[in-house]
Design a binder for this molecule. Structure first.
Ligand SMILES: *Cc1c(COP(=O)(O)O)cnc(C)c1O
Length: 409
């Protein structure tokens, strides 16, 4: 997805930041422009993805699920098999190489659930960068396993005590750091949001997913898929897989947001598939944000921490407006049911985020024909979610295990 030269996709995107930050973003835009044309950079990126993150990831034919659903042929793009367990590493390795090119020695990042912080800390260990991760204090408490690993990997994790003490407060503090440290520091943004050039840059690093998937489905079936499903948090895994099919009008692209407790509750994160998502400018970019009638940001909810965000990629906001991508939402309840079906039939454990894409697909596939095929992007693996999933399923043996462990301390 190319922007209009000024960082806009239709009426969304751009860069709305204080003067001091403009200097940082301009420097980054220049460096990104330089590598865009540089074949050696992309060669190095591909080699790194191959040797460090086991790319290309497979496209798995889900034969059991296909039989069970009795509709289209089901293919799963296996981003869960990346190093660190999700697609996040694609973007992070790209920005790591860019950081090296820029001659910087330190990286910073924001993180909500901790997945992006973990991927960034991993990359920093590999490249020998100093690393600081900003995380809302509330999330630090909720996501201890990820915090543990980030620290073990050598990162400093800073618990942000401002505002609601979650992701958006972590973003603010990371920008604050960057303004004062730009000379030697790169800000590794985690998704296709934020001021230009972050949305287009992250989407480009993730486009490797779609390039592989397109070739793989052509090899497997000899034709393009009828539908491609991806979950949508900030939008990076969705843009990554959608990009390769953007010009194939016959391929329907479906983005699945967090429906939480339902779109008529106030507990969801459906920015593009609910009426509460409205255009606005927040954290440096123009997109759709969940707001009340006074333009106040709403609190979000999802069973999947990675989808629990008030904004969404400006590129996806544009693709929603032009109707190239259809947006829908899956509720927490539908997600758990989908999760169980996929685990039992395929022996594959999707992340709670990815299970949103499965939930929407599982509902539609039975109405399709066996001559048709779909790709579901499995953005990550679910074993990281064991605390949430075991609790959501109300597993009594798990509860007992947690109690006993706690008593031992
Ligand atoms: C972070 C995350 C997401 C959401 O981020 P996007 O930028 O929308 O892709 C989805 N799935 C997994 C496994 C994640 O870790």
């Amino acid at each position: 997805m190319k922007n209009d030269g000024k960082g806009y996709f239709g009426k969304f995107g751009g860069s709305y930041t204080p003067e001091v930050l403009r200097v940082c973003l301009k420097g980054l835009r220049n460096s990104y422009r330089d590598i865009s044309q540089d074949a050696t950079f992309w060669q190095e990126f591909e080699t790194l993805l191959t040797n460090y993150s086991s790319r290309p990831t497979p496209l798995t034919f889900a034969d059991n699920l296909t039989r069970h659903l009795g509709g289209a042929q089901v293919y799963i793009k296996r981003e869960d098999l990346n190093h660190t367990g999700s697609h996040k590493v694609n973007n992070v390795l790209g920005q790591g190489l860019l950081c090296k090119r820029m001659g910087k020695k330190r990286v910073i990042a924001e993180t909500g659930a901790g997945q992006h912080g973990l991927a960034t800390a991993t990359m920093a260990a590999k490249f020998g960068f100093e690393c600081t991760i900003y995380m809302g204090a509330k999330d630090v408490r909720r996501q201890r396993p990820n915090v543990f690993w980030m620290e073990k990997l050598g990162a400093e994790v800073i618990a942000v005590e401002e505002g609601s003490r979650t992701l958006k407060d972590a973003v603010n503090d990371a920008f604050r750091d960057w303004v004062n440290s730009f000379d030697d520091t790169h800000y590794v943004f985690g998704t296709a949001c934020g001021p230009s050039p972050f949305p287009e840059m992250v989407a480009e690093f993730q486009s490797v997913i779609g390039k592989e998937a397109r070739q793989q489905i052509m090899t497997a079936t000899g034709q393009l898929p009828d539908k491609v499903y991806a979950c949508v948090g900030g939008g990076s895994n969705a843009l990554g897989i959608f990009s390769a099919f953007m010009d194939d009008q016959e391929v329907e692209l479906v983005g699945v947001e967090a429906g939480g407790k339902g779109l008529d509750s106030d507990l969801h994160a459906a920015r593009l598939s609910s009426v509460q998502g409205k255009p606005g400018v927040v954290q440096g970019y123009k997109s759709c944000f969940l707001q009340n009638d006074d333009g106040q940001m709403l609190d979000t909810h999802s069973i999947a921490a990675g989808l629990d965000y008030v904004g969404v990629s400006p590129i996806l906001a544009h693709l929603s407006e032009t109707r190239r991508v259809r947006f829908t939402a899956a509720t927490d309840e539908q997600v758990l049911a989908a999760m169980e079906t996929v685990i039992r039939h395929e022996g594959i454990v999707p992340a709670l985020e990815s299970a949103h894409a499965f939930a929407a697909a599982l509902a539609e596939i039975p109405d399709m024909s066996p001559q048709q095929s779909v790709i579901i992007n499995q953005s990550g693996r679910g074993d990281k979610d064991i605390f949430t999933i075991a609790e959501a399923f109300g597993d009594s043996k798990w509860q007992q295990f947690i109690k006993e462990r706690a008593d031992e301390y």
